[in-house]
Write a protein that binds this ligand. Structure first.
Ligand SMILES: [Zn+2]
Ligand SMILES: [Zn+2]
Length: 681
């Protein structure tokens, strides 16, 4: 029987493993993001290292067990052994291989023989297999050759260094394809040479093997990689390796890598710093890795470099206000030209009879050209599945999820309707659930449908798709990227996932099938995000010799955002969006705290939310907004209401959080599930 587990103080269990600085950083996270220290710890510690995860004994033996490797040795008289294996050629061959490799402590990994064969030999008592720790040894030498920078990169690099003399944080705004990575590599090498550690953050999806390979190419085993696909065991190992490092190591990781116990930190690089995936929405701590990284660096006396082609307006305005240093890089690497961007009006195309399925003639013509030239194209459609919703032709009702107030998406490949909020799946109904008519029709189009249409229009083209459905397995995801990289596919269809960080040399054309989707989000950040997505997507093409082409299909060709994105005019976008945010008081001119309330009973929820709003307004006045139902106001059977607190610049945010904490503690919200999201994205 397993003994009942005993709760021990965190400090005791983590004795010696957490520096004072780390604890201070965790406390900051809990305080700023309004959650408990336990929640921070649960997010930071790999499961195997969590006190509640294992008993003391397991904690000592299992979790701290270093990376093990199997070693094979022959047992007894080898000649006798060979004789006994006359009827087992596979085992004979395996034994021969071991004997030829010296016969003692031969690493299993280096052998051609498979595990089953070795186990069979072990069973016969002819070999022994022992597990031992891999010799870690010293860190590999630092690279003697570093990437050669172009004149423009050199200038930016010098600019960053000189800004670091006066600023703790520097924003590097470099156009897509300008070679920011080479600049990072040079700065990182300097830190490693000085004996310090470096934290290099990337959005999850940009953690492609492409970039990891490149960084490893420079720094070899000094690079420790941390992402969400690691096994629990591997996470624990990374944690231990990072904690043990006194310096000279690059921690390359996603959002959660900011929670790793990096000591002697010299530099934090946050690449694609505008990316929304740096914010954790669920569960707590609902932290923003970029903002947390800036704080961590400050606490550690390190510098932070925020890199992007399209910086977040928060970082951009911090630079404009003189809080952050700012360096620009406006030239593409290797003399590549910025792509030519064309806006194609969908309504005009329809009226002229120049639209076939979801393609305007312009995009079809360019696609044909690209294929004829033997080059590659990428098509962005920001909806996955086949059809985003199913509508009844008789009564007009839309098929919704039974648990969530949201339309079900038709996934033709899997033959199911799926809810993108709770994951529930059902068959395509034969009749309308509302009126009983057999008149259900698919509406809109997702990546599956685009793929099908492209295959129909260009039967000779090899088409691959990348979205959350096809990227479910890491192998399939890597496989798709590798195939496209090798040129084994002509057209890549995908969601926003394909906009990030990839560098495919052969892409000559990028098509954005429906930019209207990008503008339609009911959020104050919609404009900024649309600009970022279009710019990043456009940046995927023409990265080598020939100039790339981008076709943006939209029914709003005169929308200022579409114009700004087409012209690559970030400054105009920033000016306009910031003016709007100043007028309606949104970040960066205030801070937001979103309080979300959930309950199965809508009436009780409204009552509790209204009560909270009334008492809340005694404290915060008109700066507390709501309650209001969010766009999707029922998920998994729970009704949802939200309140929003705005805290103006200049008034104490710490004080506001303290008062909000008190308010929530004093309110009678029994049975109502409350979540607090500071700086929601
Ligand atoms: Zn109907
Ligand atoms: Zn649902």
């Amino acid at each position: 029987m397993r003994p009942p587990f005993a709760v021990k103080p965190v400090e005791e269990l983590l004795e010696g493993s957490l520096s004072e600085g780390q604890m201070q950083f965790w406390e900051w996270l809990a305080d700023y993001y309004m959650c408990s220290l336990g929640e921070v710890m649960a997010a930071a510690l790999p499961t195997a290292l969590r006190p509640e995860g294992l008993s003391d004994e397991e904690f000592a033996t299992e979790a701290y067990r270093p990376t093990m490797e199997n070693y094979v040795s022959t047992v007894g008289d080898v000649n006798e052994a060979f004789e006994s294996l006359g009827r087992a050629p596979k085992q004979y061959k395996a034994l021969l291989e071991i004997a030829e490799a010296g016969g003692v402590d031969v690493p299993r990994k280096g052998l051609k023989a498979d595990v089953a064969t070795l186990r069979a030999l072990e069973k016969k008592g002819l070999v022994s297999i022992a597990q031992r720790e891999i010799a870690r040894g010293e860190l590999p030498p630092l690279p003697t050759e570093l990437p050669v920078l172009s004149a423009a990169q050199e200038k930016a690099s010098l600019g960053i260094r000189s800004k670091f003399a006066n600023y703790q944080v520097v924003v590097l705004q470099g156009v897509t394809g300008s070679g920011k990575t080479e600049i990072y590599v040079r700065l990182i090498a300097e830190q490693l040479a000085a004996g310090r550690n470096v934290l290099y953050l990337l959005p999850e999806i940009a953690m492609s093997s492409q970039l990891v390979r490149r960084v490893r190419g420079w720094f070899g085993d000094r690079v420790v990689v941390y992402h969400s696909r690691l096994t629990g065991r591997r996470r624990a190992e990374v944690w231990k390796r990072v904690r043990a490092s006194e310096g000279g190591m690059v921690v390359l990781g996603v959002r959660s890598a900011v929670l790793l116990p990096v000591r002697n930190l010299g530099l934090v690089v946050v690449d694609e710093e505008h990316d929304a995936s740096y914010k954790q929405d669920d569960p707590a701590p609902r932290y923003h890795a970029r903002d947390a990284a800036v704080v961590l660096a400050r606490m550690s006396g390190a510098k932070t470099l925020l890199g992007s082609a399209t910086p977040s307006l928060e970082s951009y305005s911090n630079a404009a206000a003189g809080k952050y240093g700012y360096v620009e890089l406006n030239e593409r690497y290797g003399g590549a030209m910025m792509p030519q961007v064309m806006v194609s009006d969908t309504l005009t195309a329809v009226s002229r009879g120049e639209r076939k399925s979801h393609f305007n003639k312009l995009l079809l013509d360019r696609l044909k050209e690209t294929l004829v030239q033997g080059r590659q194209a990428m098509l962005l459609q920001n909806r996955r599945g086949f059809a985003p919703y199913i509508e009844c032709g008789e009564c007009g009702s839309v098929v919704k999820c039974g648990q969530c107030n949201v339309a079900m998406t038709w996934h033709k490949d899997d033959g199911v309707l799926r809810c993108h909020y709770c994951g529930r799946a059902q068959r395509f109904p034969t009749v309308c659930p509302a009126c009983g008519a057999a008149a259900l029709e698919t509406r809109g189009f997702g990546t599956e449908k685009v793929t099908e249409e492209v295959e129909r229009l260009f039967p000779a083209a090899r088409v691959v798709r990348l979205d959350r459905d096809t990227a479910m397995s890491a192998r399939r995801y890597e496989g798709t990227i590798a195939a496209f990289e090798r040129g084994d596919a002509d057209i890549l269809v995908g969601t926003q996932m394909i906009t990030k960080g990839f560098d495919f040399g052969g892409v000559a054309l990028v098509g954005i099938l429906n930019a209207d989707n990008l503008l339609a989000y009911p959020d104050f950040r919609a404009g900024e995000r649309a600009f970022q997505t279009i710019t990043q997507m456009a940046g995927r093409c023409g990265r080598r010799d020939e100039r790339g082409q981008v076709v943006i299909q939209t029914s709003q060709p005169d929308n200022p955002l579409i114009r700004q994105a087409a012209d690559g005019d970030y400054a105009a976008m920033a000016r306009e969006q910031l003016a709007e945010r100043a007028e309606f008081l949104y970040p960066p001119y205030c801070r937001l705290v979103e309080v979300t309330l959930r309950h199965r009973d809508g009436a009780r929820l409204w009552e509790a939310a209204n009560r909270l709003a009334v008492t809340g307004r005694d404290v915060f006045g008109r700066m507390l907004l709501g309650p209001q139902p969010p766009v999707v106001d029922r998920v998994r059977g729970e009704e949802i209401l939200a309140l929003m607190l705005k805290v103006e610049r200049g008034s104490s945010f710490a004080e506001a959080r303290r008062r909000l904490r008190e308010l929530l503690a004093d309110s009678r919200l029994r049975g109502v599930r409350v979540t607090i999201n500071v700086d929601p994205q």
